[in-house]
Design a protein around this ligand. Structure first.
Ligand code: ADP
Ligand code: MG
Length: 642
């Protein structure tokens, strides 16, 4: 069937990464073999979309299709030869394109992905689902594959052949029409795939939602007539469409099953697993468009890669225009996958034009609202699924308040935090939950930023809040300090960092407490100035604390100083970080502090003050400057024990 034009065959090795991936594919995905058909049909559909798009500006590209002009993919099989062939009327590939597309893996982050593999086939097969299996899935069922392809607008075809091991061959070949035809030679134990019923049911399952018609030979149910069989002319093959062949988003919601929504998601996202939720809307009026947004259940391996694919698939009047149209959603919603099909954008739009189109701008703000709606609904309907989402993408959503001022309050409502009310270290409390539990007289939402959930939970800063039964949000994600610097209030209540500035509990402290505080301050004036002298330049100031009950001392950050997390972020990005000195606070109620006040021996006084300072530093989760000195001082003191 596939004839080489000349006898010069070039053999090339697969790129190392492609080889690794091939190996993994063949050995990890054995439990779901039929997906190869989905992947190959999905590629055919993409290729047909691309041709239609390129033909918008160069109609001559369609000439190579001959009589075959209907966009389609045809599946033939031969039960005796054990082959399946998929032929599409798509864009086809040039020789160079064959080499890059089928011999290498161009996806960004491939190396990182491969490094992340565990060698455990079960786990790896889940990972590979995230990566998107694509063309190589043909080798799950085939021991050799031929790709005969002719790029639209060119005359010669290329024949690619491989058995999926180390290398592949390339030959110049002939092909009557442009497009691609892929033949799988099925492995000995996979031959039952070459069966009409089997293929049809897989196509139904995986390709019903695609707009591309999938054609198969019409089944001939007439009884075989043994006498006339030999004389009969071979009948010309007749084909029929075996899938619904209507772009899913153009159908009405009530017409589409969950199963179909799931499959369509897999087609556009390259994810293996079902999405958590979706939102399908047709908008009519000044602007006309249809959108279908999906919320994935799992972060892709390259979520934090700057060049990672993001954005929606853009169609204009059902014609595919581009993948990864980033203009339709803000960055903090970059995990959303989906399709937008507009009637108002020009067919020959470019990325640059999209950026300036006011129609795009208003679609963006509407789609942002849709996406937030979808999240709100999920949170209401299925908190467990929402928690899954939050674990995977919460860090991204936390970028929201800084990027999207207009929707700040809505985004804030979607956030989950760990708090002193949480049972464990999970982020499971919303700001609304917190607000609902606020005490009478409490005006602010209290939070504490720390290095880790554990450090936050054990921080001495919480002592007074525990005593008074006041809830505190415990923030330990690296982005949190930055988040709260943009999210200054919620529902009219100010967010207050309890590790910062002088603690003022406002009306929560009664008059007598305030009076007592003033008295003790007067009484311990001398102690404070003696400790200040010992500390010298190490601290910004020394003062008495009203936030401690059990610990003798703690460190606080001055109101306008940069916190530890923010300094770390700046340091990591190579910026100069301003020096920040802590405020050293002493607990006037603590016996150690009371004793210290009475200490006459200046050397001992100095040692105790230094030890208290070191302890307070450690409690912040920070490092002490001179551990050896600290340890020497501590030993000296311990020696004096009776
Ligand atoms: P993906 O579809 O995610 O890009 P695949 O492994 O499925 O990855 O395919 C790799 C590339 O090979 C495609 O991006 C496309 O450029 C090319 N390709 C695969 N199948 C076809 C086809 N039937 N027609 C044209 N190009 C194809
Ligand atoms: Mg593909």
């Amino acid at each position: 069937m596939t004839k080489a034009k000349s006898n010069t065959t070039e053999t090339r090795g697969f790129e190392t990464e492609a080889k690794q991936l091939l190996h993994l594919m063949i050995h990890s995905l054995y439990s779901n073999k039929e997906i190869f058909l989905r992947e190959l049909i999905s590629n055919a559909s993409d290729a047909v979309d691309k041709l239609r798009f390129e033909a918008l500006s160069d109609p001559s590209l369609l000439e190579g299709l001959g009589d075959n002009a209907q966009p389609s993919v045809t599946i033939d099989f031969d039960a005796e030869k054990h082959t399946i062939t998929l032929s599409d009327t798509g864009i086809g590939m040039s020789r160079e394109e064959v080499i890059t597309n089928l011999g290498t893996i161009a996806k960004s982050g491939t190396a990182a992905f491969l490094e992340g593999l565990t060698g455990d086939q079960k786990k790896d097969s889940q990972l590979i689902g995230q990566f998107g299996v694509g063309f190589y899935s043909a080798f799950i069922v085939a021991d050799s594959v031929e790709v005969l392809t002719r790029r639209a607008g060119t005359q010669t075809a290329t024949l690619w052949r491989s058995s999926g091991e180390a290398d592949y061959t390339l030959e110049e070949a002939e092909k009557a029409e442009t497009g691609t035809s892929i033949t799988l030679h099925l492995k000995a134990d996979e031959t039952d795939f070459a069966d009409s019923y089997r293929i049809r049911s897989v196509v139904k399952k995986y390709a019903d939602h695609l707009s591309i018609p999938v054609l198969m030979e019409k089944e001939d149910f007439s009884a075989p007539d043994s006498e006339s069989e030999e004389k009969a002319e071979p009948k010309p093959k007749e084909y029929e469409v075996v899938n619904a062949a209507k772009a899913l988003w153009t159908r009405s919601r009530s017409d589409v099953s969950d199963e179909e929504y799931n499959e369509f998601y897999k087609h556009i996202s390259h994810d293996f697993e079902a999405p958590l939720n979706w939102s399908h809307n047709k908008v009519e009026g000044k602007l006309e468009y249809t959108s279908l947004l999906y919320l994935p259940g799992r972060a892709p391996y390259d979520l934090w890669n700057r060049d990672a694919a993001r954005g929606l698939k853009l169609y204009v009047q059902r014609v595919f225009i581009m993948d990864e149209a980033e203009q339709f959603l803000p960055l903090y919603l970059r995990f959303i996958k989906g399709v937008v099909d507009s009637n108002d954008i020009s067919l020959n739009v470019s990325r640059e034009i999209l950026q300036q189109d006011p129609a795009v701008e208003s679609m963006r703000s509407a789609l942002t609202k849709r996406a937030l709606d979808m999240l709100e609904k999920l949170k209401k309907k299925d908190l467990e699924a929402y928690t899954t989402f939050w674990k995977e993408f919460g860090l991204v959503l936390k970028e929201g308040p800084a990027e999207d001022f207009a929707n700040k309050e809505r985004i804030a409502k979607l956030m989950l935090f760990n708090s002193t009310q949480s049972a464990g270290s999970e982020q499971d409390q919303s700001l609304e939950d917190y607000a609902g539990r606020m005490q009478e007289g409490q005006e602010k939402i209290y939070y504490l930023v720390a290095e880790s959930a554990k450090a936050a939970r054990n921080s001495p800063h919480l002592e007074i809040f525990r005593k008074k039964g006041l809830e505190v949000l415990l923030l330990s994600d690296r982005i949190d300090e930055w988040l709260v610097s943009h999210l200054r209030d919620f529902d009219g209540k100010q967010l207050q960092d309890i590790g910062r500035g002088e603690l003022d509990l406002g009306d929560l402290d009664d008059e007598s407490t305030k009076q007592a505080q003033e008295e003790v301050e007067k009484k311990l004036e001398g102690l404070v100035s003696r400790v200040s002298e010992v500390m010298g330049e190490k601290v910004k100031s020394v003062r008495l604390s009203h936030r401690l009950t059990d610990s003798p001392a703690c460190l606080a950050v001055d109101d306008n100083d940069m916190g530890l997390q923010m300094r770390k972020i700046m340091e990591a990005s190579g910026q100069e970080v301003p020096e920040v000195k802590p405020i050293f606070e002493l607990n006037p109620e603590h016996p150690l502090v009371v004793k210290l006040d009475l200490e006459q021996d200046e050397e001992r006084f100095g040692d105790i003050a230094e030890i208290l300072f070191a302890q307070a530093t450690l409690a912040e989760g920070a490092q002490i400057e001179d551990p050896a000195e600290f340890s020497a001082r501590l030993s000296k003191l311990l020696m004096t024990l009776g």
